[in-house]
Design a binder for this molecule. Structure first.
Ligand code: PLP
Ligand code: LYS
Length: 437
């Protein structure tokens, strides 16, 4: 194994060691699921999103195994918002996952990828009448209602269509998920869900409304949750609510436990899946309800990377590494000050002395910065870097800001890379714009 690379600086080596889908070879450089990233960049150009089907399968299997370890029949609904590419959705469809959607666009994407309407759950604080009508018309499996107003609207639409809407009420448990303020959803001050105090009366009302079948409760307290503690608190409140509803002789068949399972981006450990499953069993395992979860980030975050090339390095008061990828591709650092690992693809670069650098894109915003004061080797123009753990909330949040066309994406499976989105020709950016005469 003489050509396996072992000489990286500690931080780079630790990033690599913690990610089994990556390997470093002195001849081929950094590979992802056995495909050299330089070969992908040579063939498809940069910036390019790279997703790994093997990683997706392994992560789905690990989550299923954790539930099986607790003897818990929990159905997994993949949260489409994390990565809505049809190639990714069809991976989950083949694995037997349902889908969790928050717009009719996501619903139609999941349908297009072959997910049965009955296996789709629809959440969101502002579903339009048109969206609800389409979802009901296609026989959606579950609508997670987030307000009394939405419930009335849905009852009217379902009655008009002559169908029964399968409804779950989303309870806001007022629990702090201990995550970034912009991605916490289960506090009373957040816009999501229905206050716990209002649930009993609204559930009883739902059970009596025409066109509505009240199936149960849902909750989702936030994203990138790293400890089981907030889950334990929220799920205990949900269990109390199920019992209270049953005491009122209301039928509760479903409990949707939401998503939010966190991953390790830097040196923090990701969620312990066994502990998560044990928390579910302990808090809601004996309710005799159909349990479901809606993870997104956990399933796809580490299964993707953004591959970029260095345009140039410049030095003012500071050292800047300017990439051909920018905040329009990956918004998380600008939006949440999120930390993403950055690995050089060329093994020779691992040897060179590291100095502090800001890694930035070409966009005219100082927020267009992927990393500040990051210890990195010299990165000459044309060399490639991988921005790690960007399979979730990466491409889905990208924009065309600064008239930057959409980057290509590639799916790696069985040691082969296949193009799944071509790079957008720049002229497509204005192809559907109308200039009045
Ligand atoms: C209702 C709902 N379900 C599931 C998810 C998926 O979250 P995550 O990607 O953190 O698992 C979200 C996003 O936070 C959500 O709002
Ligand atoms: N977009 C967020 C997660 C939001 C989850 C959706 N409710 C992120 O990148 O971390």
């Amino acid at each position: 194994m003489a050509d396996v690379y072992t000489g990286a600086e500690p931080d780079l080596a630790a990033l690599l060691a913690a990610r089994p889908a990556f390997s470093m070879n002195v001849r081929e450089g950094l590979s992802f699921e056995s495909v050299p990233l330089n070969a992908i960049a040579d063939q498809f150009g940069t910036p390019v999103w790279v997703y790994g089907a093997g990683s997706i399968r392994a992560r789905f299997a690990a989550l299923k195994a954790a539930f099986a370890g607790e003897n818990l029949p929990v159905h997994i609904h993949y949260a489409v918002k994390a990565n809505d590419h049809l190639a990714i959705l069809s991976q989950f469809q083949r694995l037997g996952a349902g889908a969790d959607v928050v717009s009719i666009g996501e619903f139609l994407r999941a349908r297009q990828a072959g997910v049965a309407a009955a296996d789709i759950v629809y959440s969101g604080v502002g579903k339009s009448a048109e969206e609800l009508e389409t979802a009901l018309g296609q026989g959606i499996g579950q609508i997670n209602v987030e307000s009394a107003e939405e419930l009335e609207m849905l009852s009217g639409i379902a009655t008009r269509l002559g169908v029964t809407a399968p409804v779950v009420l989303r309870m806001n448990p007022d629990v702090d998920a201990g995550t970034h303020a912009k991605i916490t959803t289960g506090l009373a001050e957040n816009k999501f869900g229905i206050a716990a105090a209002d649930i009993p009366a609204l559930y009883a009302h739902a059970a009596s409304l025409p066109g509505i079948r009240a199936l149960g409760l849902a909750l989702h307290i936030g994203s990138q949750i790293l400890s089981t503690e907030p889950y334990a608190k929220a799920y205990a409140k949900a269990a109390d609510m199920v019992r209270a509803l049953r005491d009122q002789r209301l039928s509760v068949e479903v409990l949707d436990l939401g998503g939010g399972i966190g991953i390790g981006y830097h040196d923090e450990p990701g969620m312990n899946l066994a502990a998560f499953a044990a928390t579910i069993r302990r808090t809601v395992g004996d309710l005799g309800v159909r349990l479901m979860v809606e993870p997104g980030r956990y399933l796809v975050g580490p299964a993707g990377l953004l591959l970029a090339s260095v345009i140039l390095q410049k030095r003012t008061q500071k050292r800047f590494v300017v990439l051909d990828a920018a905040m329009n591709e990956l918004m998380r650092p600008a939006l949440y000050e999120a930390w993403h690992g950055i690995l050089p693809v060329d093994p020779a670069l691992f040897h060179t002395a590291q100095t502090q650098a800001d890694v930035v894109g070409p966009i005219c915003e100082s927020a267009d910065c992927f990393a500040q004061d990051r210890a990195l080797p010299d990165l000459p123009p044309g060399t490639r870097v991988a921005l790690l753990d960007t399979g979730a909330y990466g491409a889905v949040m990208s924009s065309a800001y600064n008239a930057r066309p959409r980057a290509a994406s590639v799916l790696v499976d069985g040691g082969k890379a296949v193009l799944i989105t071509p790079r957008q020709p720049p002229q497509d950016l204005w192809a559907d714009e109308i200039v009045p005469a």
